[in-house]
Design a protein around this ligand. Sequence first.
Ligand SMILES: Cc1ncc(C[n+]2csc(CCOP(=O)(O)OP(=O)(O)O)c2C)c(N)n1
Ligand SMILES: [Mg+2]
Length: 268
Amino acid sequence: MEELKGHIKNIRKNILKMVANANSGHPGGSLSAADILGVLFFEVMDINKDNAGGVDRDRFVLSKGHATPVLYATLYEKGIFTGDLMTFRKMNSKLQGHPNRNYVDGVDMSTGSLGQGISASVGMALANKLSKNDHRIYTLLGDGETEEGQVWEAAMAAGHYKLDNLCVVLDFNGLQIDGDITKVMNPLPLDKKFEAFNWNVIKIDGHDLDQIREAFKEAKELKGKPTLILAKTVKGKGVSFMENNYAWHGVAPNQEQLEQALKEVEAM
Ligand SMILES: Cc1ncc(C[n+]2csc(CCOP(=O)(O)OP(=O)(O)O)c2C)c(N)n1
Ligand SMILES: [Mg+2]
């Protein structure tokens, strides 16, 4: 547990450093998902530096494609990405603001247009079923992203085809780019909607590492339905002035703010 917490702390620090160095990017929704990706990549998925470039492993799709800092920082922490994180969002870098599956091992879908990642995940899960391959598909979906209609076509198809090899984690931080999700376009109740589409829904605290672990375990064991892990999170988790503040959705901290943020993450 202490080792995992150390990895997640490093992931949070690198998110902040990358976004500050680029002077652009998305810290809020990256920090909210750091605990989820930490557990997923360090304890759940069968991905490592030796198999990441191949196809014989579990897959991860960052459907909320703007949250690349958390994905790149996790791949770096896991030893899969060995380049320079500080090239994030620079010209000709592999680490583009939105992920490109042709550039980075462990990035399994190019995303950024919200709604498309979960749809691609459904296709991948279906393909694995048809080829009788038991690797699993993991997807990170945003709560604001569920306001995109395509998400519900994907949800309907996953329920219809009983894709129990698909596990979607919904980063339920309550905020999207312009504020409270219920004010922009209320998608609630998300648990009942996914249940109505024939999904298994597990509600957890998305910052409680034991609850995250247990939910992934339950999802893997459950047969006949896809699983949605509805993870209640805090946008900007770990940095007091970013927490629950949509103004930090897509804004970089300055040098002084970075130093303060790193101190706070260190003390978590
Ligand atoms: C189809 C589409 N519409 C609009 C956008 C612009 N956009 C980028 S991030 C974002 C808000 C996403 O909110 P949420 O899914 O809640 O992400 P999080 O809070 O986890 O950062 C929007 C509207 C987009 N990337 N794609
Ligand atoms: Mg959100």
